[in-house]
Design a protein around this ligand. Structure first.
Ligand code: ATP
Length: 360
């Protein structure tokens, strides 16, 4: 009997508690149907933790995160976090301190609510780039020289660029064997130049995969014009964040784009969207993005820990989600329906039971 893997639930801010409750209910169901060797634990982070303990990431939660095999991470209202006043970005902590450098964001259009037809995967480097809270050894990569002058620093390393490129090429091998590297090397000749050089070096290890490249501005236009031609889009941190929101919304809704943060030892399911404060507490939050992230997490665990049941559970969950969206059965308002987060969760649970019965 395999030792149980620990899955830590961290609800976060805004719509976080609603969608993480949905994710926990669905994971519990999968654990019992497929006898997954997974044990669920809980932690409080974000603004609730700040009010209770003075920090958005209390030390005991940090310890649990370090020890967890996988994390289901809710969205964070980081705009409200003040670094000097306990505002620690938990997502950035995962990406830097816990080594989850790869952010995988599939964007697949499933039904007529999609503005564009696509089936692509954005592979985004998540641990460096233009993000001020993760690109320095000490201090922040952003500073104000005078009242009217501010500067940001962008960090690109050969090592991280090669690592993320390998993830993209390996993913392309399992898909349609085409990687498009997105950059702005005409202006950022040194930083994006280094990124491109590293990607081209890695490409020589994958002669069966085609490599093309695009400037990030033309990529934004092409995603609107003909997203169906892209397979794997490989890019740096900030570009990946922006392009994935664009692609995800074009594919149907930000509320259905799953995301995974992956490292060498741990991974975290993290929805593509943010804390969506405008709909928090209204029941309108679409749980499908975090549920698809859960499916990606189970797939990663199956590959990295060799647990076949997790692969099976991942496929069945993704099938249940696709069926719900394709058949336009029970959908939240962002997808044109009237259902609540809880009603969508119940529909997924029923579908999981039905899929189990048909496979028996
Ligand atoms: P953050 O600053 O945390 O990224 P944000 O509100 O700027 O938050 P998102 O949370 O990604 O950005 O929301 C962008 C828009 O998409 C909002 O109008 C929001 O209501 C909608 N949205 C995001 N996630 C969902 C979801 N799961 N279900 C329904 N609508 C969503």
């Amino acid at each position: 009997m395999t030792d149980a893997l620990n899955c830590l639930m961290l609800p976060g801010d805004g719509i976080g508690p609603e969608i993480i409750e949905s994710a926990e209910t669905v994971l519990q169901s999968l654990i019992s149907i497929y006898e997954l060797p997974v044990q669920i634990s809980h932690g409080v982070i974000g603004l609730k933790a700040l009010a209770q303990t003075g920090t958005t990431m209390p030390p005991d939660v940090e310890q649990c995160m370090r020890a967890a095999d996988m994390i289901v991470l809710g969205p964070l209202d980081t705009m409200a976090y003040v670094p000097d006043e306990g505002g620690i970005n938990v997502s950035a902590f995962c990406r830097t301190e816990l080594g989850m450098f790869a952010n995988l964001r599939p964007c697949v259009s499933l039904n007529s609510s999609a503005l564009k037809s696509m089936d692509l995967l954005i592979v985004r480097e998540a641990s460096e780039g233009f993000y001020a809270d993760r690109n320095m050894y000490r201090g922040l990569g952003e500073m104000q020289l005078t009242e009217d002058v501010a500067i940001s620093v962008r960090k690109i390393t050969r090592q991280q660029s090669e690592r993320i490129a390998r993830i993209a090429f390996e993913a392309a091998r399992e898909r349609r064997s085409h990687v498009t590297a997105v950059h702005k090397a005409n202006n950022f000749r040194i930083t994006d130049g280094l990124f491109l050089e590293a990607v081209r070096a890695v490409a020589t290890e994958f002669p069966d995969v085609i490599l093309s490249d695009q400037l990030v501005d033309s990529m934004a236009a092409l995603l609107v014009r003909q997203p169906e031609v892209f397979d794997v889009i490989l890019t740096t941190n900030l570009f990946g964040d922006i392009l994935s929101d664009l692609a995800s919304e074009l594919s149907g809704s930000l509320g259905i784009g799953g995301g995974l943060l992956a490292g060498t030892h741990q991974c975290a399911a993290q929805a593509q969207h943010g804390s969506a404060l405008d709909i928090a507490g209204t029941g309108r939050a679409n749980p499908l993005s975090i549920l698809r992230s859960l499916a990606l997490m189970l797939e990663w665990i199956s590959i990295n820990r060799g647990i076949d049941q997790c692969k099976h559970a991942s496929i069945v969950l993704e099938t249940a989600i696709r069926t719900l969206v394709v058949d336009r059965l029970i959908l939240t308002p962002d997808l044109g329906g009237t259902a609540s987060c809880q009603e969508v969760t119940s529909a997924i649970l029923s579908s999981l039971s039905e899929l189990r019965e048909t496979s028996e």
